[in-house]
Ligand binder design. Structure first.
Ligand code: IPM
Ligand code: MG
Length: 363
């Protein structure tokens, strides 16, 4: 039996609930295919601030590095909203991404057949399904640039955040994006604001230069405002989108909504090698925390990405994704994806349905 070490950061709000179900799903896969997953629970975010006074304890970073992969729920909440930047729960997430060198964030946007009713777009726009991937740069740009607050005389105070990208940073995320497109339908759309921003002009030039190394991939460029519009006007034109940290943050929320719900989108944050941190793209949703209302599918699908990318367990990853598909096809829906005629269930039952489907469908 193979044993794997997984660092678990349940985090805040609905984080513990959805991670609970992801663990249940992983254990069902382990039982079906003969693997053991060993979990180490770690604190980060608001819960770490409450327990230890810091959002990202050094032992959490060390334990994440020591594990094969990290599975994270969500961090943040109203309770900590008054804290200054570096002391906020979100600093834990940014710190983990940076410390673990996870510069590539892969956010697959897939509209499951059974969920076509939950998609807010007209059916003719999504006929035949939606399937694209957002590749978001994760350790650079305005999230990590110089920032500050200064006195601006008669204008009062002024605050600034700098968007800065080096050629090397663009090249390494570009390589991930070109490779991703190569393994899919071969279409890559780079999203920027090159009509205004110098950093975007550098981004666009580097991507354009790289295209020569990937003759099998068709590269296009799009301004971010147009991309936001095209995602709801004609989403099927997209295969792989590559973009900066902040544009990727924004566009991936939009992408999630057109695939039914933000509760459906998983993500993988990757660096060099097979290590990864896996998390649903949704936040901590403190308004529904602890009420068994959260959708655990994004967390479960993140666990599937962990199986595939880090552990190279392709069959097991596919089994988990099939189990989610089966639960949806059987009509089970958490409140965020509920439509008339389907069966409303809670967080725990959603996890149970997936675990059951895994056990039923062992190939
Ligand atoms: C995400 C989140 C985070 C981000 C927040 C919580 C810092 O929105 O992962 O998309 O902006 O990266
Ligand atoms: Mg976001």
């Amino acid at each position: 039996m193979m044993e794997y070490d997984i660092a678990l950061i349940k985090g805040d709000g609905i984080g513990p609930e959805v991670i609970g179900q992801a663990v249940r799903a992983l254990d069902a896969v382990g039982a079906a295919y003969g693997h053991a997953f060993r979990y180490k629970e770690l604190l980060a975010g608001g819960c770490a601030i409450d327990a230890l006074g810091v959002p990202l304890p050094t032992e959490t970073v060390a334990a994440c590095k020591a594990a094969d992969a990290t599975l994270l729920g969500a961090v943040g909440g109203w309770k900590w909203d008054g804290l200054p930047g570096g002391a906020r729960p979100e600093a834990a997430l940014l710190g983990l991404r940076k410390e673990l060198g996870l510069y590539a964030n892969i956010r697959p946007a897939l509209l499951f057949d059974a969920l076509s009713d939950a998609c807010p777009l007209k059916p003719e726009l999504t006929a035949g399904g939606l399937d694209f991937v957002v590749v978001r740069e994760l350790t650079g740009g305005i999230y990590f640039g110089e920032r500050g607050v200064e006195d601006a005389g008669a204008m009062g105070k002024a605050a600034y955040d700098v968007e800065r990208y080096s050629e090397a940073e663009v090249r390494r995320i570009g390589a991930v994006a070109f490779e991703t497109a190569r393994g899919r339908r071969g279409r890559l759309t780079s999203v920027d604001k090159a009509n205004v921003l110098e950093s975007s002009r550098l981004w666009r030039r580097v991507l354009t230069e790289m295209a020569a190394e990937y003759p099998d991939v068709e590269l296009g460029h799009m301004y971010v405002d147009n991309a936001a519009m095209q995602l709801v006007r004609a989403p099927k034109q997209f295969d792989v989108i590559v973009t900066s940290n902040m544009f990727g943050d924004i566009l991936s929320d939009e992408a999630s909504m057109i695939t039914g719900s933000i509760g459906m989108l998983p993500s993988a944050s990757l660096g060099e090698g097979s290590y990864g941190m896996y998390e649903p793209i949704h936040g901590s949703a403190p308004d529904i925390a602890g009420q068994d209302k959260a959708n655990p599918f994004a967390a479960i699908l993140s666990a599937a990405m962990l199986l595939r990318h880090t552990l190279k367990l392709e069959r097991e990853a596919a089994a988990l994704e099939d189990a989610v598909r089966a639960a949806l096809a059987e009509g089970y829906r958490t409140p965020d994806i509920y439509t008339e005629g389907t069966k409303l269930i809670g967080t725990a039952e959603a996890g149970e349905r997936v675990a059951e489907a895994v056990a039923r469908h062992i190939p």
